[in-house]
Design a binder for this molecule. Structure first.
Ligand SMILES: [Zn+2]
Length: 143
């Protein structure tokens, strides 16, 4: 193992969406409760491959989610926000990756795993709804 010194730091693997990543900030989506912003999803986009990356930010709270940084998303997935009707405040929403159809394993605040049904990139459930991040760029979503 020999390491070749290079001038530019290597792009971390997580950002390597394609051969020539050019990731820039695209837009925020604000999450509002009672017209007050409680959190934000920051959306980034690679100018080369057009993939989007999202970062969940809870206002005033240190990030403790497992979606720190810009995690990869599958080509068959879209970024979405799950909204729980059972929770309040910051626990009411969560950034997730939605497939077009199927089941998502959703971890609740009390660490229970729920199977939520997805139909056409939307959660179909009595107590949970969802929306796609890309549909709400530069906007605030009241949850
Ligand atoms: Zn890329």
């Amino acid at each position: 193992m020999s390491e070749t010194p290079s001038e530019t730091p290597k792009t971390p693997e997580i950002y390597k969406c394609c051969e020539n990543p050019q990731i820039t900030y695209l837009a925020p989506v604000n999450i509002n409760v009672d017209e007050k912003t409680i959190g934000t999803v920051d959306v980034w986009r690679c100018a080369s491959c057009k993939r989007k990356f999202c970062e969940e930010k809870q206002l005033g709270i240190e990030s403790i989610t497992d979606t720190v940084g810009m995690p990869r998303i599958g080509d068959d997935e879209k970024w979405g926000v799950v909204v729980s009707k059972l929770q309040k405040g910051k626990d009411k929403w969560k950034l997730v990756k939605l497939k077009q159809n199927g089941i998502i394993k959703y971890e609740t605040v009390d660490e229970k795993i729920l199977d939520l049904k997805i139909e056409d990139y939307k959660i179909v459930d009595d107590f949970h709804t969802s929306f796609l991040v890309e549909d709400h760029l530069n906007r605030a979503v009241e949850i």
